[in-house]
Write a protein that binds this ligand. Structure first.
Ligand code: C2O
Length: 546
């Protein structure tokens, strides 16, 4: 196994998009940031130097970080942010994961532009469980704002209203031909006729789930979230922010240019969203050159309608683990978490300019009616490690969740979430099941729920209220997919299981950044086991302090 050393310099860089040049926060001046390539079993040492004017941290999305919670990255959870002028070196090892993960800033909305792919090849001396593709191409789907993304979310936090939707979607940082001033820079993926390309598709967008398709071509899905899946064929993918999907695509069409395109799967009912389409071009090297002055019109894929939940759900429920699974058959912790939005009444004495949500309210979001608040003086992990009291409490969610018709027509006043920093304690090795139940308070929406430090099995998903009497019979204990981000269906539920074998503090949150800003998050405190190999390592000496 190798050790890969990298330097990440966080800096403001001029980036031209949609006709204007923007001062954009990047890594090493690159947007999207550098692709890191490793083999399963390798280690990474990434020195992050902050030359920007904002606090920053980097999260290695999906990396299990066994015993290295200090390197996970979410600000105020496992570390204090790296201040302007500061630096921090992340050190961790890839253990057992193969496929595609990614990295992104985990501070405010910086990840809008601070992100890149983490490609994990098979362990040295081992092969892919499918014929080795000729070519591999990361496809990073993103969202672009003309305004500074930090200002967009600060403004929303100030007013209590929803933040502005993005101005464009992007593929590998480029909006593509359908946007103004963009066709010169459209991303082009070159292929040879007959060859198979492994597309490593990542939804690095902030707030939108995306459909993705390539004209006249089909995908064979072979992996997701750095776990192999039983291959299946589809012409459209749906990824929530945070999710990755590895697909094989064979250049078996007449040599020409074909559009690949992505646009929103906007599951929220009635909420405004960015309804534009980003494109890139799949170009066969043998494609005939257009005659002078003739405009080429590549074939365009058919993408589902923005509200096509049936297609989205058919896709997310097609995944089956390709490798032998180790699903716990018994459970020690049987948890039920609601996930959803809410509206807070305008606080007494607050000015109406700070209550510009629907009917003079402020948007909020919660799990089990607790809206998560980040600490500010210590990271949770530091407070836990050093026994500093008063930073968090271990009584999540404090009172058992009220039962109601979660997905029915419920009044927003049913729940007024409590704002607090609460964690749920798990003993080392506990076998955990969580029912993630979407609610329809304010609006029902598909929530990509991400758990740090773990992969979990998704046993089942469904619509309406989870019913333990009838829905447990739907659990797949044979070959459920192993993922780090579950698409909890709109007005529905997902059931996940994992074994708490990685000590530390692990955030679980909706990967729509607007929802995490509103508090749709909680954290698990997983206790150390008895042996040294079951305990979190000592903190690195350069760990930033608050
Ligand atoms: Cu991809 Cu908490 O993040």
């Amino acid at each position: 196994a190798k050790i890969h050393y990298h330097d990440f310099v966080i800096q403001a860089t001029p980036v031209k998009r949609l006709c204007n040049t923007h001062s954009t926060i990047t890594v090493n001046g690159q947007f999207p940031g550098p692709t890191l390539e490793v083999n399963n079993g390798d280690s990474l040492v990434v020195k992050v130097v902050n030359r920007a004017q904002y606090n920053v941290t980097i999260h290695w999305h999906g990396v299990r970080q066994m015993r290295t919670a200090w390197a996970d990255g979410p600000e105020f959870i496992t570390q204090c942010p790296i201040r302007p002028g500061g630096s921090y070196t992340y050190r961790f090892t890839i253990q057992g994961q193969e496929g595609t993960l990614w990295w992104h800033a985990h501070s405010s909305w910086l990840r809008a532009t601070v992100y890149g792919a983490l490609v994990i090849h098979p362990k040295e001396g081992t092969a892919y469980p499918f014929p080795k593709p000729k070519r591999q191409t990361p496809i990073l789907l993103g969202e672009w704002w003309d305004a500074n993304p930090i200002d967009v979310i600060r403004q929303a936090t100030r007013t209590g209203a929803a933040p502005n939707a993005s101005d464009a979607y992007t593929i590998n940082g480029q909006p593509g031909d359908l946007y103004k001033c963009s066709n010169q820079d459209t991303t082009i993926v070159h292929v040879d006729s007959g060859e198979t390309n492994l597309l490593r598709v990542i939804n690095s967008g902030l707030n939108q789930q995306l459909f993705f398709s390539v004209a006249n071509h089909k995908f064979t899905v072979v992996g997701a979230d750095a776990s192999y899946v039983k291959p299946f064929t589809t012409s459209v993918l749906m990824l929530g922010p945070g999710q990755t999907t590895d697909v094989l695509i064979t250049a078996n069409q007449p040599p020409a240019r074909y559009y690949m395109a992505a646009r929103a799967y906007a599951s929220a009912q009635g909420a405004p969203f960015d309804n534009t389409t980003t494109t890139a071009i799949l170009e066969y090297k043998a494609a005939p050159c257009p005659a002078k002055g003739v405009k080429i019109n590549p074939a365009f894929p058919s993408l589902p309608a923005f509200n096509d939940t049936a297609t989205a759900t058919a896709f997310t429920s097609s995944f089956r683990s390709a490798r032998k699974v180790q699903v716990p058959t018994e459970i020690d912790e049987d948890l039920f978490f609601t996930v959803g939005l809410g509206l807070n009444n305008c606080p007494a004495g607050a000015s109406s300019s700070s209550c510009q949500g629907p009917n003079g309210t402020r948007f909020t979001a919660s799990m089990n009616n607790v809206s998560f608040v980040l600490p500010s003086n210590f990271s949770l992990l530091q407070a836990h490690h050093q026994g500093i009291p008063g930073v968090f409490s271990t009584d999540f969610p404090s009172s058992p969740p009220v039962k109601f018709d979660y997905t029915g027509n419920v009044s927003r006043t049913l729940w007024q979430p409590l704002s607090a920093t609460k964690v749920y304690k798990l003993s080392y090795g506990a076998r955990v099941q969580i029912v993630l139940q979407g609610t329809s308070i304010v609006t029902a929406e598909n929530h990509p729920i991400h758990l740090h430090g773990y992969d979990f099995y998704i046993l089942a998903e469904g619509f309406g209220n989870f019913n333990p009497q009838t829905d447990t019979s739907k659990f797949n204990l044979v070959d459920p997919p192993l993922r780090n981000t579950a698409s909890v269906p709109v007005n529905g539920w997902s059931v996940i299981r994992f074994v708490a074998d990685n000590p530390g503090i692990w955030l679980m949150h909706c990967h729509l950044d607007v929802h995490i800003t509103w508090g749709l998050a909680m954290a698990f405190l997983v206790e150390n086991g008895v042996t040294e190999l079951e305990a979190v390592e000592e903190p690195p000496v350069d760990l930033p302090v608050c």
